[in-house]
Design a binder for this molecule. Structure first.
Ligand SMILES: [Zn+2]
Length: 321
């Protein structure tokens, strides 16, 4: 039942906590009504004794008022998520998705501590971590789209209507053809991150050259989009210690790679089990029919089928990293 928000209250929790848990269960039940698929059926099957106020012995007036306040805020949140999921179900039909994407759980209050994946270390210590999966127990994955060649307005509409979060890793030599396209993306809530100026093979460059590729792209992104991004992804996933030092010198905090790559007609997997895992980062690219077998919406339909069929929701990378 991971990822549905349904949890059994543990003995000894406060009444407010129990009310919160019961409402979380209502949330899962409500969401189940709005979406389809096996996870939803599970959640509906566990639809709880819904009203947290029922069956509760009278308590001190102060405690009741406090409960109502907390429960009221939570109920408003539940309603907001329910409405969002209903809209997402409509959008899923419109855009031809096989199933409605599952809702992501609320972001964590504290971001997980991320360390470099085993085997991905350099000799340098204290450098930004390089990782392919975010540590979490939630059934969530992250969608990241690289480079910037294809600038399909349909993608912006589709992702906004479906409310699927993603992050863009941009190379200036492609983005500069149309900075405005990615500004619209940013306005829709998408974070724009660093993928170098010219998409070179980083280990083949000197420290100074790498620094120019990475740090000049930080400055370019800041100039056009007002922010120096905290995340950097080296082209092809190739890097050395100089890459991480250069990135760190101009404000990069973390270097997310990927655990799986999405195409319009298939997935490619890093792990031997050829499967998704909680916190996996999925890579794909801004490409069109001249580059691969489909459009950006075709690719999204394909990757979302895999993600939803396996019971995962897409969460926002910046909420966790
Ligand atoms: Zn790339």
């Amino acid at each position: 039942m991971k990822g549905t928000g349904v949890r059994r209250p543990a003995a000894g929790r406060t009444r407010t906590a129990r009310a919160g848990l019961a409402l979380a269960a209502v949330l899962a039940g409500g969401l189940a009504a709005a979406c389809s698929g096996p996870a939803a059926t599970d959640a509906a099957g566990k639809r709880p004794a819904a009203d947290p106020a029922h069956g509760r012995p009278a308590a001190a007036a102060g405690a009741r008022a406090e409960d109502r306040g907390g429960a009221g805020a939570l109920a408003a949140y539940v309603e907001k998520v329910r409405k969002a999921q209903a809209a997402r179900a409509v959008a899923a039909k419109k855009w031809g998705l096989a199933k409605t994407p599952l809702p992501a759980p609320p972001p964590p209050k504290v971001k997980p501590k991320i360390t470099t994946r085993k085997g991905f270390e350099t000799d340098g210590e204290g450098l930004p971590p390089v990782f392919t999966t975010v540590p979490t127990k939630e059934k969530i994955v992250f969608l990241t789209i690289d480079d910037g060649a294809e600038k399909d307005p349909e993608l912006l509409r589709m992702m906004s209507e479906l409310r699927i979060p993603y992050s863009a890793f941009l190379s200036d030599y492609l983005v500069k053809e149309d900075y405005g396209y990615f500004r619209k993306m940013q306005d829709a809530g998408v974070a724009l991150h660093n993928h170098t100026l010219n998409h070179r093979y980083m280990p083949g460059l000197s420290y100074a050259q790498q620094k120019r590729e990475i740090c000049d792209q930080q400055a370019t992104l800041e100039k056009h989009y007002g922010k120096r991004p905290p995340l950097f992804r080296p082209p092809y996933g190739n890097y050395n210690e100089n890459t991480l030092r250069a990135a760190q010198s101009c404000g990069v905090k973390a270097v997310p790679l990927w655990a799986a790559e999405a195409f319009p007609d298939r997935m490619e997997w890093r792990e031997w089990d050829r499967d998704l895992h909680p916190g996996d980062i999925i890579l794909t690219h801004f490409r069109g029919k001249e580059d691969w077998k489909g459009t950006m919406p075709d690719m999204i339909r394909r990757v979302m089928k895999t993600v939803t069929d396996k019971g995962y929701a897409v969460a926002r990378l910046e909420d966790y990293v």
